[in-house]
Design a protein around this ligand. Structure first.
Ligand code: PXP
Length: 242
């Protein structure tokens, strides 16, 4: 029996639906409370430069009103650093961000952007915020995270989620090898992106992983079965893998 796998529920797309009409419904804060009731261990939210979903006000309210730890996803920019330092979330996950992309496509190049990332990791760490780097599951990226002294890495599971058959087995092995390498080096490995009821179990079975962050599928599935039920079923699938 391996340890419990934490579930971080990403509520960005509750805000996407709200923003489609510019009002206040559905409220991401209400979804955070629902996720907590259904067994989530944390709430994840990405404050993007263009504020296409989560807003500064959402982060203010999440920090003030939820009991679960908040994992703030952010680009390595001065603006986002200032927001993180003002809000002091439990964790900050540094992600790559390009304005034209629909979602976070691919991991951060921690190896190639070492010098640019270092001050962000240091300033967040100095403020007592647990830094995580959203990287591809590869040896050079884990080694760069180690040199950057990041306590946590989150492996981008997008490639795993988007391929099938033999290619998926190859991606699963990359994830598993990278998780083992991170743990061996004292870095806590997390994973996320594109995870669904159909593909989560093999990832959840990787014993070194401590946390999965899941959003789009849970919010989409909530249309059919409700958010609490979608979170509850995901939690059960994750637990069944351990
Ligand atoms: N983890 C990180 C760092 C992300 O940026 C995202 C969403 O972009 C997720 C997890 C969740 O991905 P999804 O919405 O596909 O479940």
């Amino acid at each position: 029996m391996t340890s419990k796998l934490r579930l971080g529920v990403n509520i960005d797309h509750v805000a996407t639906i709200r923003n489609a009409r510019g009002g206040t419904h559905p409220d991401p804060l209400r979804s955070a409370h629902a996720a907590a009731r259904a067994g989530a261990d944390g709430i994840t939210a990405h404050l993007r430069e263009d504020r296409r979903h989560i807003t500064d006000d959402d982060i203010d309210r999440l920090m003030a009103e939820i009991d679960l730890p908040l994992n703030l996803e952010m680009a390595a920019t001065e603006e986002m650093l200032a927001s993180a330092l003002a809000h002091r979330p439990h964790a900050a996950c540094i992600v790559p961000e390009r304005r034209e992309e629909r979602t976070t496509e691919g991991g951060l190049d921690a190896a190639g952007q070492f010098d640019a990332l270092r001050p962000y990791v240091m300033r967040l760490t100095d403020a007592g915020i647990r830094v995580s780097l959203f990287i591809e599951p590869s040896e050079p990226q884990v080694e760069a995270a180690l040199r950057l002294a990041a306590p946590v890495v989150e492996f981008h599971t997008g490639r795993y989620a988007h391929v099938e058959g033999e290619a998926r087995a190859v991606e699963l092995k990359r994830l598993s090898d990278a998780a083992a390498l991170a743990t061996k080096n004292g870095i806590e490995p997390h994973a996320g992106h594109g995870l669904t009821f159909d593909n989560v179990v093999p990832v959840a079975a990787i014993p070194q992983l401590n946390e999965l962050n899941i959003g789009h599928f849970l919010v989409g599935e909530a249309i059919f079965i409700g958010l609490e039920e979608s979170v509850r079923q995901m939690r059960q699938l994750m637990d069944s893998a351990r």
